[in-house]
Write a protein that binds this ligand. Sequence first.
Ligand SMILES: Nc1ccn([C@@H]2O[C@H](COP(=O)(O)OP(=O)(O)OP(=O)(O)O)[C@@H](O)[C@H]2O)c(=O)n1
Ligand SMILES: C[C@](O)(CO)[C@H](O)COP(=O)(O)O
Length: 400
Amino acid sequence: MTARPHISILVVAAGRGSRAGGGLPKQYRPVAGRPLLAHSLEALCRAAPDASILPVIHSDDLGLYSQSVAALDRSYAARLREPVFGGATRQASVRAGLEALASGPSAAPEIVLIHDAARMFSGEALLSRALDAAIAHGAAIPGIAVTDTIKEIDSSAGVVATPPRSNLRAVQTPQAFRFDLILEAHRQAAAAGQDELTDDGAIAEWAGHRVHVFEGEPGNMKVTSAEDLVLAEARFIRELPDIRIGQGYDVHAFGTGDHVWLGGVKVPHDRGLVGHSDADVLSHAITDALLGALAEGDIGSHFPPSDPQWRGAASKIFLAHAAERVRARGGMIANIDATLICERPKVGPHRDAIRESLAAICGVPAERVAVKATTSEKLGFTGREEGMAALALATVRLPM
Ligand SMILES: Nc1ccn([C@@H]2O[C@H](COP(=O)(O)OP(=O)(O)OP(=O)(O)O)[C@@H](O)[C@H]2O)c(=O)n1
Ligand SMILES: C[C@](O)(CO)[C@H](O)COP(=O)(O)O
């Protein structure tokens, strides 16, 4: 198997967004509650898990940039290199980024993908095509067939040419290159005073390289105008994953015994909980929360108390089943938050063990599982220590 090349992604975000208007540069304008740049960076982090990412920003925008990074998941933010400052044109900003990659603390990449921060819908398939094309051709850009007829015009003569549409492509980013090729092409163009080229493909072309065009994506829009921001927001909201919240509640009475089961952990107590199964009130509430999020009935409909096979059963079977239902629907459990209501036993000393146990049963990290406890101030059935109650919420993310 050939080793994967070392890849960097340069994200140019130093423009002023004058065509979009609205005060802030467009890459910092909110889209669905977060700066546009946070969406673009997140899309790249998701689509290219191995690549390091170098943002190129304007020197006036450090505060805005930090706010965008703060809106990212920490694991994504950790993948970003220290930003470098861009120049007065896109071309100058790209060159600043390439020079930083060439002279930075880590080895220069073999392949560089150059991407507009203003494009927030770049997915894995597009990045993968870009990478393959750069490896195969050295210089490659994504293009889509144009569907409008394009005219070349002159202000005095009007239309001067109608180029055959079948040969025209609207090109996008990421544009992908062998790093040494595009760095040298940018240096040569700058030295020759050629500083108004609007994409990196044009720079490679100017330097005499054959530039390959691979299939772009119609959805890979560049936010340029104020209308584009509105379209991007609408599209982002339409593509949001299906986030579900489920709730569960359960009660079991105390009876004789020397322990209770809580979240799959045996907790010593001077009484036990009575139930058809092991009466793990916490696991039951969470099972119902997960099934509730899926709108797939409740614990009783999956494991009828009338069925003798569940007599004395370990409740982790029920909970693992509910978690498996989430996975079977292509989803993931985002978090579980549960509260036990009892005077005794004290839950605090067992909390971490219970969280670990629930996390293992559900197949999620323990940091996504919260277990809390409260008394009812000696009021009601829990206050009189006649039984225990548990409440649970689960957030589940399903594919659209
Ligand atoms: N001096 C510049 C100009 C542009 N860009 C970046 O290049 C991408 C594509 O440029 P464009 O959409 O034209 O952005 P702006 O230059 O900001 O827009 P405008 O021309 O409307 O001012 C954007 O992500 C933009 O931030 C850049 O890094 N440095
Ligand atoms: C690089 C680019 O996005 C390819 O379509 C485009 O040329 C950028 O042009 P802009 O005027 O800087 O938006």
